[in-house]
Design a protein around this ligand. Structure first.
Ligand SMILES: Nc1nc2c(ncn2[C@@H]2O[C@H](COP(=O)(O)OP(=O)(O)OP(=O)(O)O)[C@@H](O)[C@H]2O)c(=O)[nH]1
Ligand SMILES: [Mg+2]
Length: 425
């Protein structure tokens, strides 16, 4: 029998965490992160069991001794939900629920639960529902699953009205509809990006591990007023705001969903349209929490996910944040690395200068000698570019002009000299 619990704002759900330490990653660090996820989900970690084994037991996840320890803890600590720090197979999930007589979920379900709680936009909600269905589909076997019991406790929250049904066909149909809807929204985003590009708007995405301070930075630089709090995955939907750089040029900053280690692939897939907003930006501002002992590991995770999303070839700026409470002397000092405190507004000018240095070249200054036969091209240059000097010479029309890089291919044959210039020239 499975006990159902319903959300109650006064009594927090009591959680037992179970981890199998295979040596593949630092189990202690991972459990600490899981604790934070539990806190973010509104529950309380009462006990932790870590077992060293080469791999999880294929049926019971942990060995029989530890299982008995867990069963006793569930009773004595009045545990409401057991959370395993890995991905549970359907068999393991069912078996543990039966033996522990408690709801059992895994790290992925917990993350999905937080996503469900924090999704605000229609697109965000569709993405969460898609991820939940993709997770639950292989786990439906006639019996209920953790996800199909939409109650109110952690791991059971749904994105909206839709109740998950144990009808695979229905779920597959729903997955298809969601994917179609999301594809439409993704196309709309793409059209929007194309328009921005045409208008010459440069974009910079603030990416990084969850809780690094991305939203705080956006709020400090603009009056975006987005939610920033000490919780994981506070932001799910992208927000964009324009800022002016010290050299007068403008850049559109984008704040988006944070990353976490061992992010399941299907979750990245479900959030593709949101994540593309970040990876399609002209510049990537990679924010890291310098006060976290796992700072460098979190930077690596961020870079790996960016690589997976195809964003590794963009200009990148590494920003060590929260330097007000970190020993920033030990941090690397390299080109395109900045130390800041988004909260206290420290180092912001250096960051803005670094963004300015990384702005893509959109204009070039060229000296041209156009043959007299290219009269219409000369007119096109006159209307689209800034002409600094124009002179009729014996062998053609001489132009000193600042042209848009988009028309370079038309004038390549007539260039006498070219040089890169800043955006606002
Ligand atoms: N001490 C200190 N705290 C900071 C700084 N920047 C952000 N924080 C705090 O870190 C926590 C997380 O900040 P957010 O801006 O919500 O982080 P985020 O990266 O947007 O997080 P998610 O959207 O949840 O992925 C908040 O409690 C902030 O007040 C900083 O420079 N110094
Ligand atoms: Mg945020």
């Amino acid at each position: 029998m499975t006990i159902e619990f319903f959300e109650n704002t006064e009594t927090k759900e009591r959680v037992l965490l179970i981890s199998v330490d295979t040596g593949e990653f630092d189990a202690e660090v991972s459990v600490e992160e899981l604790r934070e996820l539990v806190r973010t989900a509104g529950a309380e970690t009462e006990a932790v069991i870590i077992q060293k084994r080469p791999k999880p037991d294929s049926v019971t996840y942990i060995g029989s001794g530890k299982l008995e320890e867990a069963r006793l803890l569930c009773e004595s600590e009045e545990i409401d939900v057991v959370i395993c720090d890995g991905e549970l197979s359907p068999t393991q999930g069912r078996c543990l629920e039966k033996l522990l007589k408690t709801r059992v979920i895994d790290r992925t379900v917990l993350i999905l639960d937080i996503f469900a709680k924090n999704a605000r936009s229609g697109e965000g909600k569709l993405q969460v529902e898609l991820a939940q269905l993709k997770y639950s589909l292989p786990r439906l076997s006639g019996q209920g699953t953790a996800l199909s019991r939409l109650g109110g406790g952690i791991g059971t929250r749904g994105p909206g009205e839709t109740k998950l049904e144990s009808d695979k066909r229905h779920i597959r149909r729903r997955i298809h509809t969601l994917e179609e809807n999301l594809k439409e929204l993704s196309k709309r985003r793409e059209r929007h990006r194309e328009r921005r590009k045409k208008d010459g708007i440069i974009t910079a995405a603030i990416v990084g591990y969850t809780n690094a301070g991305k939203s705080t930075l956006l709020n400090t630089l603009t009056d975006a007023d987005v939610l920033a709090e000490n919780k994981l995955f506070a932001t799910l939907d992208p927000t964009a705001r324009a800022i002016k750089l010290p050299d007068g040029s403008e850049v559109m900053l984008i704040d988006t969903v944070g990353f976490i280690s061992r992010l399941p692939h299907f979750l990245v897939e479900a959030f593709k349209s949101t994540l593309e907003e970040a990876t399609n930006a002209d510049i990537l501002i990679i924010l890291a929490d310098a006060s976290d002992s796992e700072c460098e590991a979190q930077l690596q995770v961020t870079k790996e996910i960016l690589r997976e999303l195809g964003g590794e070839n963009k200009p990148m700026i590494t920003v060590y944040n929260k330097c007000d409470k970190a020993n920033s002397f030990l941090l690397p000092v390299t080109r395109n690395t900045v130390k800041i405190s988004a909260l206290k507004g420290i180092g912001i000018n250096s960051l803005l200068e670094c963004i300015a240095e990384n702005m893509p070249q959109t204009k070039k200054r060229v000296l041209l000698l156009l043959p007299f036969t290219e009269g219409s091209l000369a007119n096109e240059i006159r209307t689209s570019s800034r002409i600094l000097r124009e002179e009729y010479k014996a062998d053609g029309l001489f132009l000193d002009a600042v042209v848009d890089v988009d028309i370079m291919y038309k004038i390549l044959d007539y260039i006498v000299k070219e040089e890169d210039i800043c955006q606002d020239t």
